[in-house]
Design a protein around this ligand. Structure first.
Ligand SMILES: Nc1ncnc2c1ncn2[C@@H]1O[C@H](COP(=O)(O)OP(=O)(O)OP(=O)(O)O)[C@@H](O)[C@H]1O
Ligand SMILES: [Mg+2]
Length: 235
């Protein structure tokens, strides 16, 4: 299948509240896809569904040709969550070795990954003493272990300075050039132009999807914030 993720008629209800009424979307392989929408629009819920930890009322999700949650997918998906999942009392290097062991990964990739996220200088530093951006990069590094084919990154650039954000987006594109698929969420519309394809989300529904340029042409707007507003107003 040419898609890395195919979601069909997914319905998710949590505590009696309909979060995703009827979601259908697919993500091609080897691209940087952006999931953009305001807070509460369902981005994290979609990611949890793809990873296989979110119970659904109905619908199907196929990830890399397997049903979501399948055991074989464990090493094929890298998941960066909004609450950085790293151990504060371990150094950067220790964190990576720990997670690498869980995945059965080799030590060489730990070194490679430290370079990739530019944390070589901090390798011996205890995670609790890292700055916010460094912590985010360390958490991202743990998602990159095991050389996953699909990277799911939930707001990976939040709170980072513009230079670091640009560097991370460059890294995302280098990874997609290697054939990986990246699915990245953001509620910052100005990150939209950095994605190959966008899914604009509101109230658990995809308002529109396409290339940033395509969406601008479709709505006749020059910036993504206005594209979003014009799509909402057409509802
Ligand atoms: N356990 C729960 N019970 C009830 N409602 C929930 C539960 N978990 C999430 N929700 C609701 O589901 C909706 C979607 O949440 P989700 O976390 O997917 O949004 P999001 O787009 O990731 O938001 P953000 O940008 O703030 O991270 C929100 O309205 C949230 O309040
Ligand atoms: Mg979220």
């Amino acid at each position: 299948m040419n898609e890395s993720v195919q979601i069909t008629n997914l319905r998710v209800v949590r505590n009696g509240k309909i979060i995703l009424p009827d979601l259908t979307m697919s993500v091609e392989r080897g691209i940087v896809a952006g999931l953009l929408g305001p807070s509460g629009s369902g981005k994290t819920t979609i990611f949890r569904s793809i990873v296989g930890v979110q119970e659904a009322e109905s619908g199907t999700i196929t990830v890399l040709d397997r049903p979501s949650g399948a055991k074989e997918l464990r090493t094929k998906i890298g998941y960066f969550t909004q609450s950085a999942s790293i151990y504060s009392d371990l150094t950067c290097l220790e964190n990576l070795h720990y997670f690498a062991r869980l995945l059965g990964d080799t030590e060489i990739s730990v070194e490679e990954i430290l370079d990739l996220v530019d944390l070589r200088r901090n390798r011996k530093q205890i995670a609790s003493s890292l700055s916010g951006g460094e912590r985010a990069r360390l958490a991202l590094a743990t998602a990159l272990l095991g050389k996953p084919e699909l990277l799911i990154l939930d707001e990976p650039t939040v709170g980072l300075d513009p230079v670091l954000r640009r560097d991370l987006w460059d890294l995302f594109h280098r990874l997609s050039d290697q054939g990986k698929t990246l699915l990245i969420s953001s509620h910052v519309m100005d990150e939209a132009d950095r994605c190959d394809v966008l899914y604009l989300l509101r109230d658990g529904k995809v308002l529109a999807n396409g290339t940033p340029q395509g969406l601008k042409e479709q709505t006749g707007k020059a910036d993504m914030e206005d594209v979003f507003i014009s799509l909402v107003e057409k509802l």
